[in-house]
Ligand binder design. Structure first.
Ligand SMILES: Cc1cc2nc3c(=O)[nH]c(=O)nc-3n(C[C@H](O)[C@H](O)[C@H](O)COP(=O)(O)OP(=O)(O)OC[C@H]3O[C@@H](n4cnc5c(N)ncnc54)[C@H](O)[C@@H]3O)c2cc1C
Length: 398
C-alpha cells in the first residue's frame, strides 16, 4: 500500500517518540514505526537520570505531568574512594539539579501521549522488514510490513533515523559518507533492578580495588545498582547472593549498610564510545543512539537523544517550509554537544573503573583526580556543570 507523510520516523525509543510529538505540535505529520511491541518498549530497563534541560524540554512540550509528580529531584551525587564518601553539591556549585525518572516512564508517557493525540495508529508497533531508500532525493521512502501483514511504502519529505545503535538507518548511508570513531572499554556493567528502597538519598559512584560500583534508584521503593564486570562475563555465574555480596564489599563504609532485596531484572551492558558523523545524509537525519553511544557513567545517553530531537524538530520544520538553514546546521550543532558528553562520559568512566591488567600508575592517578575533584571548587563545578547538562541551544525550542 502506497501512502504519504511528511516525516518518516524509524524507532519508538525516547528520540523517535519525542520527535513525533514535537513535530505534531508544529502541525507536521509523521509515520513512526517500531520493530518491537508496545509492551516490550515500555518494559525495557535503561537510563534513569534526566538533566535539568531535559526536564525543562519535557515540561515545555507538555509531557511532564507524571514526571513532575513522581520524578525525584537530586541536588548532587556522592563519589566514594579510598574509604571515604564525598558529596558533590550541584545546587551550590551550579544552581541546577538532575531528576531521577526512569527511561521506562519517559517512554510510557510519550507513547500514551502520541496515542491520545494521534490515535491507535500513531505508532506502528511490531513492524517487520523495515527499509529506508532514496535518501539522497527529495522523496525518501520508508517501507515496512505492518503487524497485520500489509506491506507499506511511505513517500516522505524527510526520514529521521531514531532506531538506536543496532538500527537500519545508519547502515543505509554509504560507508564513505560517514566517519565513525569508536572505542570499546575492557569492562561492562552488570545492572540489577531491586525491589528494595534505596540505601542512599543520592547516587553513589564508588571507586574500588575490585572494580567500580554505582548505587542508583528508580523510585523511593526500587533501587538500581551496577557492578563493573568483564565484558564476556556470564550472567549465570552471578546469582543474586553473589551480586549483593560484591555490592556490599564495593560500597562498604563504617556505619553504613546496603539493604538487599529481591532482584527484578538483571542484565550486562557493554561499554563503548561511538560517534558517527555527519548526523545527516541527504534527507536522512540520525538522532540519539543511532548516531552516538556513550558509556553510561555520565548518565548522558538518554539526555543526548532528547537534545538531538529538540534541535531536529525545528530543523525539519524549517526544511519543509523553505528555510533549510537549521537542517543544514543540524549535524554540526548536535555534534558539539555530543563530543562534550563523549568526553565527560569517557572522563567519568576512566576515573572510576579499574582496567584489567592496568599498570601501577592507574589507581594512584584516579585517586589523585578524585581527591582533586572533591576538594577543588573549580574541579567540582566542572563535574557538576557537565552532569547537570549544558543548556540546550536557545534556538531549539523556537
Ligand atoms: C542496556 C542499556 C542500558 C543503558 N543504561 C543507561 C543508563 O543507565 N544511563 C544512561 O544515561 N543511558 C543508558 N543507556 C543509554 C540510553 O538508554 C540510550 O542512550 C537511549 O535509549 C537512546 O534513545 P534512542 O531513542 O536514541 O534509542 P533507543 O532507546 O535504543 O530506541 C531505538 C528504538 O528503535 C527501535 N528499532 C531498532 N531497530 C529498528 C528498526 N530497524 N526499525 C524500527 N525500529 C527499530 C528499537 O526497538 C528501539 O525502540 C543504556 C542503553 C542500553 C542499551
Amino acid at each position: 500500500m502506497r501512502t504519504r507523510t511528511q516525516v518518516g520516523i524509524v524507532g519508538a525509543g525516547p528520540a523517535g517518540l519525542l520527535l513525533s510529538h514535537l513535530l505534531a505540535q508544529r502541525g507536521i505529520d509523521s509515520v513512526l514505526i517500531e520493530i518491537r511491541s508496545r509492551e516490550y518498549c515500555e518494559a525495557r530497563q535503561r537510563a534513569g537520570v534526566l538533566e535539568a534541560g531535559s526536564v525543562a524540554l519535557l515540561r515545555a512540550a507538555g509531557l511532564a505531568g507524571r514526571l513532575d509528580r513522581h520524578g525525584i529531584e537530586h541536588g548532587g551525587i556522592y563519589l566514594q574512594f579510598g574509604g571515604e564518601r564525598r558529596h558533590i553539591d550541584f545546587r551550590d556549585l551550579t544552581g541546577k539539579t538532575v531528576t531521577v525518572y526512569a527511561q521506562t516512564e519517559v517512554v510510557r508517557d510519550l507513547i500514551a501521549r502520541r496515542i491520545t493525540d494521534g490515535g491507535a495508529g500513531a505508532i506502528q508497533f511490531s513492524v517487520t522488514s523495515p527499509q529506508v531508500a532514496d535518501l539522497d532525493t527529495d522523496r525518501p521512502v520508508l517501507r515496512y510490513t505492518s503487524q497485520d501483514g500489509v506491506r507499506y511504502e511511505v513517500s516522505c519529505d524527510a526520514i529521521a533515523g531514531c532506531d538506536g545503535f543496532h538500527g537500519i538507518c545508519r547502515t543505509a548511508v554509504p560507508a564513505d559518507a560517514l566517519t565513525i570513531v569508536e572505542r570499546g572499554y575492557p569492562y561492562a556493567w552488570l545492572g540489577i533492578l531491586a525491589d528494595v528502597p534505596p540505601s542512599t538519598d543520592e547516587l553513589i559512584y564508588a571507586h574500588h580495588a575490585r572494580g567500580f560500583a554505582l548505587h542508583s534508584l528508580r523510585t523511593p521503593a526500587v533501587s538500581r545498582l551496577y557492578l563493573q564486570v568483564s565484558p564476556d562475563e556470564d550472567i549465570a555465574s552471578w546469582p543474586d547472593e553473589r551480586i549483593w555480596a560484591e555490592l556490599s564489599e564495593r560500597f562498604a563504609l563504617p556505619g553504613w549498610t546496603l539493604r538487599p532485596g529481591p532482584v527484578l531484572d538483571k542484565s550486562i551492558t557493554p561499554m563503548r564510545s561511538f560517534v558517527s558523523a555527519p548526523m545527516r545524509y541527504g534527507r536522512l537525519f540520525l538522532a540519539g543512539d543511532a548516531a552516538h553511544i556513550v558509556p553510561p557513567t555520565g548518565a548522558k545517553g538518554l539526555n543526548l537523544a532528547l537534545a538531538d530531537v529538540a534541535y531536529l524538530a525545528p530543523a525539519l520544520d524549517g526544511l519543509l517550509h523553505g528555510r533549510p538553514d537549521k537542517a543544514e546546521a543540524y549535524s554540526e550543532t548536535c555534534l558539539q554537544r555530543v563530543w562534550r558528553a563523549t568526553h565527560f562520559s569517557w572522563w567519568m568512566t576512566t576515573m572510576l573503573h579499574r582496567t584489567p591488567g592496568a599498570d601501577d600508575l592507574e589507581a594512584p592517578l584516579q585517586l589523585a583526580q578524585l581527591r582533586y575533584t572533591t576538594t577543588s571548587r573549580a574541579a567540582a563545578t566542572s563535574l557538576a556543570e557537565n552532569y547537570t547538562g549544558l543548556p540546550l541551544n536557545a534556538d531549539s525550542a523556537a
